[in-house]
Design a binder for this molecule. Structure first.
Ligand SMILES: [Zn+2]
Length: 457
């Protein structure tokens, strides 16, 4: 009989919110839960280049919880480095991860090209972490499976996905092996998501690995309907634009949904709404393709998308910039790190009639964060632009459970876990949640560091 062995190594999203990668070793199988990209600060991004503690070809399979870049964005590199096993994920995750990884490949290629042109970067020539072609090589390895579908991995190990309510297709993992139940939360959604089904309880768990992105705080209660309505009315009255930097997956569809609902209530002026983001359009179409994965009826989903003018080709995008129309325009990227939003800002950032609505978390070091912190000018397209546009931040639309919601979810576990690991959070976020769990639930809590291994009994 095979040795029953169980161990876990946190290879990413430990003490940070990006680079999700957790290696579970069970009965000789090596299972990687998520293969995400490190993002944000340079010290973190450099970790994407680090050599692996084990050769990727020795990993048996990947369980991918959802299609955000910090969960799937390392897969092309993993495959490039020799991984050949199956990547299990839900059907919407497969489609969404495909567009996210290809877009990331394009950005990696562009970054390497720019570094070579401008002569910066430590390596000559600068190489991309991976290319679009590498991203496309992941697709044949992906194995779609639905929520609650039991998948046998061999060696007495099996798992199933459950709904995490975070973005379309997002999942947590319930895994059984070596006589233990191990539950990975993935990224957990809100108690009442706008149009997704709410997350499921964890079930039985001897060991729980739980995210802690908002482990230290509660979400603002500001109504997103009110903020979006006010911002649109302002644009209409000023005969100007409302620009919304767009996060392609989930947030863009939420904003479209809110605008649709406001329109149905006749709460908005007659103003055209544009989505100028090929990736945002693709993500929206994937949502329409999977009607059973969200709560919207087919007719409602179609009506909400029909009310938005979709712009794919760069020529129409340039024409809209020049037109100077009174309109609501959503364009990527969400933290203003690149993309078509910069073309609009080139024209409108110094115009005090124009409005800019930031609809999500703005990470440190991004242009979006600089604007929130009151920057008087912003550098892009090779020069500085004065900031005069009216800027607002909508901080109540979040795809993550807050501290209260995380605790409520944990309390639903069917049996007291032997231990819980808190990942996917900055140190202070995880720590605040740890104190709450220890005090309220009396569980043993660990906050792993990157690279830390734990034997599980
Ligand atoms: Zn996520």
């Amino acid at each position: 009989m095979e040795e029953q062995r169980l161990g876990i190594t946190f290879l990413g999203a430990a003490g940070t919110v990006t680079g999700s990668k957790t290696l579970l070793e069970v009965n000789g199988l090596r299972i990687l839960i998520d293969a995400g990209l490190f993002q944000g600060l340079k010290e973190l991004r450099q970790l994407n280049w680090k050599e692996w503690p084990l050769h990727p070809s020795h990993i048996d399979c990947v369980l991918l919880t959802h299609a955000h870049l910090d969960h799937c964005g390392y897969l092309p590199r993993l495959v490039k480095e020799g991984f050949r096993g199956p990547v299990f994920c839900t059907p919407p995750t497969l489609d969404l991860a495909d567009i996210v990884m290809r877009d990331s490949g394009k950005i990696q290629e562009e970054d390497a090209r720019k570094a070579n042109e401008q002569g910066f970067g430590r390596h000559r020539p600068a190489l991309p972490l991976y290319t679009v072609e590498d991203a496309m090589a992941v697709l044949p390895l992906m194995r779609p499976c639905n929520y609650h579908q039991e998948v046998e991995l061999g060696h007495g190990v099996r798992f199933s996905f459950f709904n995490a309510g975070h973005i379309p297709g997002s999942a947590g993992v319930r895994l059984q092996g070596a006589g233990r139940h191990i539950v990975f939360s993935g990224d957990l959604g809100r108690k009442k998501p706008l149009f997704l089904y709410p997350k499921e309880p964890p079930g039985h768990a001897d060991y729980l690995i739980c995210e802690s992105t908002y482990g230290d705080r509660l979400h603002s209660k500001t109504s997103p309907y009110r903020v979006i309505k006010e911002a649109i009315w302002r644009a209409y009255r000023k005969k100007s634009v409302l620009l919304i930097p767009a996060f392609a997956i989930e947030r863009t569809q939420e904003v479209i949904y809110i605008i649709h609902r406001l329109r149905m209530k006749k709460a908005l002026p007659p103003i055209p709404v544009y989505l100028d983001s090929p990736m945002g359009i693709n993500a929206t179409e994937i949502m329409l393709k999977y009607p059973e994965w969200h709560r919207l009826s087919e007719a409602e989903a179609k009506a909400m998308v029909d009310a938005v003018k979709l712009i794919r080709d760069p020529r129409s995008s340039r024409a809209l910039v020049h037109k100077g129309e009174t309109a609501v325009i959503m364009a990527g990227s969400g933290m203003i790190e690149g993309g078509r939003i910069l073309d609009y800002l080139e024209r409108y950032l110094s115009d005090s009639d124009a409005g800019l609505l930031l609809v999500g978390f703005q990470a440190e070091g991004t242009r979006g964060r600089a604007l929130l912190e009151g920057a008087g000018e912003l550098k892009f397209h090779g020069r500085y632009h004065k900031v005069k546009a009216h800027i607002r931040h909508l901080d109540s639309l979040s795809a993550h459970a807050d501290q209260k919601e995380l605790l409520e979810w944990l309390q639903q576990v069917k049996s007291k876990p032997k231990r819980i690991f808190l990942n996917h959070g900055e140190r202070h976020q995880a720590d605040a949640l740890r104190v709450k769990i220890e005090t309220l639930l009396g569980w043993e809590v660990r906050i792993p560091r990157i690279g830390q291994y734990f034997a599980l009994g």
